[in-house]
Design a protein around this ligand. Structure first.
Ligand code: CTP
Ligand code: MG
Length: 171
């Protein structure tokens, strides 16, 4: 069965294509707990969409993550995280500080993610083929996340349905 428990402290790794709604979900946590890769790209390059700044941005993000996990502070990583090697780097840090890692999957349909790119500025819009690849990687990763080292795997759309059910039950 799917274990949807989110311990505290935890490293929460959002996983989803561009436009899937990761940053929208991230806003449900206190802002100081969220490390958004786009913001680190902007920090090092003045441009959130500058892909050539990703390596430098990820290095600074990892440093901030280590500082937080050393203090046992719950931290949310808002980035696509669809590639296993990217998740492995985050899992290594969580393990070294003894903090459990939670995978939070945002598996919004690819067509929806693609459609959401059209309203974005050219600097922020992600090409359709990239969005579709990220979505496919998200779906493909799902059955392997526990074996990768995530203590819990949460599906965002289930959380959403649960919230709707609770809201309806409260009506
Ligand atoms: N959105 C929406 N309904 C949701 C979630 C998101 O309409 N349930 C909209 C947001 O308002 C936004 C767009 O979809 O305009 C993309 O959501 P965002 O959270 O920015 O997606 P990210 O996954 O963070 O995209 P990126 O990886 O490009 O940062
Ligand atoms: Mg985002």
């Amino acid at each position: 069965p799917l274990d949807t428990t989110i311990p505290d402290p935890a490293l929460i790794v959002l996983i989803g294509a561009a436009g899937s709604g990761k940053s929208t979900w991230a806003r449900t946590w206190p802002s100081t707990q969220v490390l958004e890769l786009d913001q680190f790209r902007a920090m090092v390059s003045d441009c959130a969409g500058d892909q050539s700044a990703t390596l430098a941005a990820a290095t600074v993000l990892h440093t901030a993550l280590e500082a937080r996990l050393a203090r046992k502070k719950t931290t949310v990583i808002d980035a696509t995280n669809t590639e296993a090697h990217v998740r492995a780097g985050l899992l290594d840090i969580a393990r070294s500080y003894g903090v459990p890692a939670v995978a939070f999957l945002v598996s919004t349909p690819a067509d929806v993610c693609v459609a959401r790119q059209t309203g974005r500025s050219p600097a922020r819009a992600v090409p359709e083929d990239v969005v579709r690849r990220q979505h496919a990687e998200t779906i493909a990763a799902f059955p392997h996340l526990r074996a990768e080292g995530f203590a819990h795997v949460v599906l965002a759309d289930r959380v959403h349905r649960l919230e709707l059910l609770l809201r309806r039950a409260g009506d």
